[in-house]
Design a protein around this ligand. Sequence first.
Ligand code: PEP
Length: 256
Amino acid sequence: MPDRKSTRRTVVIGNWKMHQTGAGGAALAAAIVAGLRPGRAEIAVAPPFTALTAVADAIRGSSIALAGQDVFHEPEGAFTGAVSAPMLAAAGCSLVLVGHSERRHVFGDDDEDVRRKARSVLDAGMRPVVCVGETLEQRDAGQAENVVREQLEATVHGLSDAELAPLAVAYEPVWAIGTGRTATPDTAEAMHRVIRASLASLAGSGTAERTPILYGGSVKGDNAAAILSGANVDGLLVGGASLRADSFLDICHAAG
Ligand code: PEP
């Protein structure tokens, strides 16, 4: 596959997980807005649902985008505690994470949930960031590539190249999330190549060449540039290091 990295915009997303109230989130977002130097990368933050509106206000007029951390696939109805894709769009989100490993492993989201969630995000006109990744046991058993391929296939199955135009994928090895143990640039690039080849066979070369594939797992300011140097690494999904403006800005600036 030809290297089309230069045609894909780098994407950096800060996943705040279950951190920050509205007031704290607005302050963090304002500090990111104030410190962000103009660059080519697309930068987004994913606050908890209760902070979305305050953060949307804080980033208004800036180049920073708003992302949801999760979604329920139905548009509305008797689903206590759930938040739908149209609600996230109305709150100002243009991206939504689906299938984050904490959703899969703590809350029990399976591949079918992830597929429905991704579809609801597409239907609401936003970009789903589909998270895939293997556990340490699966990697040690030599199953990493198959696990990731299957997660991807289950998600994009039945969607056309045109429907998948807004898709982004995040490769997040479970053993690297919040552990301080980062995949080496070579390990990340090898799996990103597998993901791009899988997208080509599942959805066509157009989808494969256009889809940004982000890496996530203990990314910091001092390893971001090396990970991003991979020909198939188009961005970063950042957890812990996105909770402070200075460390998140270091990563954003490393992304150019
Ligand atoms: C994440 O939550 O998606 C993540 C990658 O977390 P961390 O950067 O803390 O490993």
